[in-house]
Design a protein around this ligand. Structure first.
Ligand code: HEM
Length: 178
């Protein structure tokens, strides 16, 4: 079996990673701003980026379901393999749930998402102030959960590279693509 990720898998991985870092940072920054036209503009950008990422993540998930990733090193203990696989599926679940709760929140707050100011997206739920506030809390909590899982993911990748000295990280780096 091929021991490396394909160029498509590598591109999707790093595009989504960059997109999430940017959208996360924008989310934290914009939330603390006082109400102004600039804040509303940044909210729109955040929503457009989030919806675009949602589509990209759907592509990534479709790719993952139809392609088998290269195997984990044979030296890894079964418990560690189980933890790694559970963490990967948790990442996929969070990456889908975060934009979805953002979209649901916008609908519940009564703000229809107009993608890039051009394409009005359907409201997923009717306007409901209490539900909007609840979904905001869910959106924020899921984001900080994602932050913790990503920190563990990055930590594990660095341990593989610098301590175990295997190819788990390098096979996901662009220069490793064949
Ligand atoms: C992967 C995609 C997304 C990420 C990583 C993300 C991340 C974040 C983060 C970190 C915050 C700030 C949380 C805080 O207060 O500390 C936030 C707030 C927010 N997000 Fe997202 N988000 C995403 C997608 C979306 C989408 C698709 C929408 C709507 C269509 C959306 C709507 C909002 C709104 C309205 C807020 C402000 C909540 C408030 O302060 O009332 N987000 N997001």
């Amino acid at each position: 079996m091929n021991q490396r990720y394909s160029l498509t898998a590598i591109s999707l991985h790093w595009l989504v990673a960059l997109g999430i870092i940017g959208t996360f940072a924008l989310g934290v920054y914009m939330s603390d701003l006082p109400l102004s036209p600039n804040k509303l503009k940044l909210y729109s950008w955040h929503k457009w980026a989030g919806v675009s990422l949602f589509l990209l993540i759907l592509c990534r998930l479709a790719w993952r379901i139809t392609h088998r990733p290269p195997p984990l090193p044979a030296t890894m203990r079964p418990a560690m393999r189980g933890i790694a696989q559970a963490a990967h599926w948790a990442l996929y679940a969070l990456m889908l749930a975060i934009p979805l709760t953002g979209w649901l929140m916008s609908s519940a707050q009564g703000f229809q998402v107009v993608w890039f100011g051009v394409l009005p997206l359907p409201d997923l739920v009717a306007k409901d102030k209490a539900l909007g506030a609840l979904l905001r809390d869910v959106h924020v909590t899921l984001n900080y959960t994602l932050l913790c899982v990503v920190a563990a993911h990055v930590g594990a990748a660095l341990k593989h590279h610098f301590i175990d000295r295997d190819d788990v990280l390098s096979r996901m780096l662009p220069r490793a693509a064949k």
